[in-house]
Design a protein around this ligand. Structure first.
Ligand SMILES: O=c1ccn([C@H]2C[C@H](O)[C@@H](COP(=O)(O)OP(=O)(O)OP(=O)(O)O)O2)c(=O)[nH]1
Ligand SMILES: [Mg+2]
Length: 156
C-alpha cells in the first residue's frame, strides 16, 4: 500500500500533564491504518477491569482532528482475541470539533480480570473522511427490488 504522506492532513495534538512522557500515537507499521493509543494511567498504578465490566481509559492527549475527518477509536485484535478486551462503543467517534481529552471505553468480555498499566497500547485510532449530508423530508420513497427486505431477507 502506498500512503501519500505528501497530501496527508496533519493531526495536531496537545499533551496533557498526565500524558507527560508517553509516546505519541503512532502507526506501528508502514501501511497501518490505525495509530495505537496508550493508556495514560498513573505511573506505578494498575487499572483493573473485571470480567463483564468497563472502564474509561485516558489517553493523555487532546486532538484537533482535521476538518472533514473523524477519528474512529477501535479495538486491537490481539487484546480482543487473547483477553476479550474491546471498545464498548466501537468504533468510538471523535468529532473534529471535540476539544476534550480522547478517552477509550474498554470492556472486558473475557473470563479474567484485565490489568492496564501506563503506556500500554489499548486501542487504535483511524482517521477517516466524513460526509455530512443535507436532510430533505419527502412524502414518497423510491421503489427498489429489495424494498423493505432486510435482516437476513436474502438468506444465509
Ligand atoms: O470512544 C470515544 C468516543 C467519543 N469520545 C469523545 C469525542 C467525541 O467527539 C465525544 C462525543 O462522542 P459521542 O458523540 O459518541 O458521544 P455522545 O454520547 O453523543 O456525547 P455528546 O452528546 O457529547 O455528543 O466524546 C472519546 O473521547 N472517545
Ligand atoms: Mg454525540
Amino acid at each position: 500500500m502506498t500512503i501519500h504522506t505528501d497530501i496527508s492532513p496533519t493531526l495536531k495534538l496537545i499533551r496533557l500533564p498526565h500524558g507527560e512522557g508517553l509516546e505519541l500515537p503512532a502507526y506501528e507499521t508502514k501501511g497501518a491504518a490505525g495509530m495505537d493509543l496508550r493508556a495514560a494511567v498513573e505511573e506505578g498504578a494498575t487499572l483493573t477491569i473485571a470480567p463483564g465490566k468497563r472502564a474509561l481509559v485516558p489517553t493523555g492527549f487532546i486532538f484537533e482532528v482535521p476538518d472533514g475527518f473523524e477519528a474512529q477509536i477501535r479495538p486491537r485484535s490481539g487484546l480482543a482475541f487473547k483477553n476479550g478486551i474491546t471498545c464498548l462503543n466501537s468504533p468510538g467517534t471523535v468529532d473534529s470539533d471535540y476539544r476534550g481529552e480522547v478517552k477509550v471505553i474498554l470492556a472486558n468480555l473475557g473470563d479474567e480480570p484485565f490489568e492496564i498499566t501506563r503506556g500500554m497500547r489499548i486501542a487504535q485510532m483511524v482517521i477517516a473522511p466524513v460526509t455530512q449530508v443535507r436532510v430533505a423530508e419527502i412524502s414518497e420513497i423510491s421503489e427498489t427490488a429489495r424494498g423493505a427486505g432486510g435482516f437476513g431477507s436474502t438468506g444465509v
